[in-house]
Unconditional design. Structure first.
Length: 571
């Protein structure tokens, strides 16, 4: 059986099953799914909407993929996550092809397994967020740019066959960067540009590609970008683009929506989140024997530059969110594969600190998973730690069944690590196969045993409430916290959107006011039920409003309904 087919089947077996077994998570997964759901409902695939209002934070490419999936599978969790499962299959096959082209078949397998067997890279292919496609497009854009650069330099091209013209490589590089821009925004071009700039510094400020070549790359990216941005400007003017740019600047300059963090946030995320390959990748930044082939040594340099560009860039960015540094997964797993390849060739040793790193971080995962069911059965031990957070304390009241079998993933990981160290003595290649495939199985087992329990504690009470009101065609609002779950799971229709808009315009109500000042909803026409949801620490604000009645309180969420007969307005 051909390697590509084996990889595709392996990826499909791990990435596609159980996609719909848990609710989408607020914010990002539900936000993106709701954007795609409204695309389908409105039949408007050019403009992006949330709550049936223009949304300027993201371009539409990923939502086109999600909405297409929803038209096939329905507006559900499976459909929202299915595009990333396909992205995972494509990514692993492409990594194999690139690794084989630049090095050899064994290296291709090593890199593929390294990506597959890292925790966060694996989990992201089972999510409904934008980043897997975004990262893939950027990486392919850089890869084709590098091929174009090698094509212009006979020295770099000595050991590599590049049959196409250099203009073709730069063209495809620009096309993929343009697709990245259409997926998440201009940061795709920024990452590429910063990577080119740092490489230019290492070239001692010598132009390694000509200005026409770089312009051709940039024009190609711009052409793809304008297929949507240009139409948006032509249709709606520059206001959308201006709002989009303002939002991007705010993400870089302020901790958006409270997503702040310490300076070393992304260092920790990559070290722990990309276990175990993060341990091997670190060794690549110390002295190692250079490959004999020039293009291999140069690609290693490119990957090191890309890694540090992503890590430093998003360390500077004020908003700290786990997936912001996910572009680093490509260079990190590549460098890990390079180190493993050197270990297999006995060019370097598996030293003490590397062993310690694998054992220490692996031990943390094992202990955390092993302890979880016992803590879950004895949640009272956590309550003293949450005295200042009544919402989190109330979350622990969720009725979650812990059987004790949840320790299976930890015991499995322990077995994987034991087998890894055992086989490393006599069969290193098999030991790394066991480690990589075993980590993929560990991630799958952890999802199966824990994802519904985590969701049950954190948000299930609210989502269950929203789902129960979906058939009422009700209007649901949140007070004191930002959410998209009430839109997606409440299945908000656009039937009453004109009435809502009329009320908002007549009373000059801003969207923010509806969240922070529920009094504005008192006189909303009584054509549908109105519900307001808050967290427990904000419930007294709503209890003081006479025209609201408290109907339920569960796991930190409190639910209110507008009493009948409170509004005399008609539209």
């Amino acid at each position: 059986m051909k390697p590509r087919l084996i990889i595709a089947l392996l990826a499909a077996v791990f990435f596609i099953p159980f996609l719909g077994n848990a609710h989408l998570f607020d914010w990002d997964e539900i936000n993106f799914a709701e954007l795609s759901r409204e695309m389908v409902i409105l039949g408007d695939y050019l403009n992006v909407h949330i709550n049936y209002q223009p949304f300027w934070e993201k371009p539409p490419l990923f939502f086109w993929l999600q909405s297409a999936s929803m038209r096939i599978f329905g507006m559900n969790e499976f459909a929202a996550r299915f595009p990333n499962a396909i992205c995972g299959i494509i990514t692993l096959v492409l990594i194999f092809d690139i690794g084989k082209k630049l090095f050899n078949t064994r290296f291709a397998w090593t890199w593929t397994l390294a990506y597959f067997g890292s925790v966060l890279p694996f989990l992201y292919f089972k999510s409904g967020i934008i980043d897997p496609f975004f990262n893939l497009f950027i990486f392919l854009g850089l890869y084709y740019f590098i091929l174009g650069y090698w094509k212009t330099n006979d020295k770099q091209n000595t050991h590599l066959k590049l049959p196409k013209s250099l203009w073709t490589y730069f063209f495809f590089g620009g096309i993929f960067i343009g697709l990245g821009i259409l997926t998440k925004g201009p940061v795709a071009y920024l990452i590429a540009l910063l990577t080119f700039f740092v490489y230019w510094i290492f070239q001692k400020f010598r132009l390694y590609v000509s200005i026409p070549q770089f312009l051709w790359f940039s024009i190609s990216a711009t052409f793809v970008m304008l297929t949507w941005f240009g139409l948006e400007i032509w249709q709606n003017g520059f206001w959308f683009v201006e709002e989009f740019i303002v939002y991007q600047i705010r993400l870089f300059s302020t901790p958006d929506a409270g997503h702040g963090g310490f300076p070393g946030y992304h260092f920790v995320v990559l070290l722990v989140g990309c276990f175990p390959m993060s341990i091997f990748a670190m060794r690549a930044f110390f002295k190692m024997e250079k490959p004999q082939k020039t293009h291999q040594a140069d690609f290693i340099k490119w990957m090191k530059i890309l890694f540090w560009v992503v890590l430093i860039l998003f360390t500077i960015v004020k908003s700290k969110i786990v997936h912001y540094s996910s572009m680093a997964y490509f260079p990190l797993t590549f460098l890990a594969a390079y180190v493993i390849d050197n270990l297999l060739e006995n060019k370097i040793t598996f030293n003490r600190w590397m062993r310690f790193g694998v054992l220490f971080l692996g031990g943390l995962f094992i202990l955390a998973i092993f302890a979880a069911p016992f803590i879950g059965q004895n949640l009272e031990i956590l309550k003293p730690l949450l005295e200042k957070d009544p919402f989190a304390a109330a979350n622990l009241e969720a009725d979650i069944f812990w059987s004790g079998w949840e320790v299976i993933p930890s015991l499995f990981l322990l077995t994987v690590l034991v087998l890894f160290f055992y086989f490393y003595k006599n069969n290193r290649w098999r030991s790394f196969q066991i480690l990589s495939v075993g980590m993929g199985i560990f991630c799958m087992l952890t999802l199966i045993f824990f994802i519904n329990r985590i969701e049950g504690i954190s948000q299930n009470a609210a989502i269950t409430f929203y789902e129960s009101k979906a058939t009422e065609n009700a209007l649901i609002y949140t007070y004191g916290f930002k959410s998209y779950a009430h839109l997606f799971y409440g299945k908000k229709a656009n039937t009453y959107q004109s009435i809502e808009n009329k009320h908002i315009e007549t009373n000059q109500i801003s969207p923010l006011a509806r969240v922070n000042n529920p009094q504005v909803l008192k006189d909303f026409p009584e054509v549908v039920p109105i519900y307001i949801v808050c967290k427990i620490q904000k419930s007294k604000d709503l209890e003081a409003i006479k025209w609201l009645e408290k109907i339920e309180s569960k796991n930190g969420f409190v639910f209110f309904k507008r009493k009948s007969g409170t509004s005399q307005m008609r539209y």
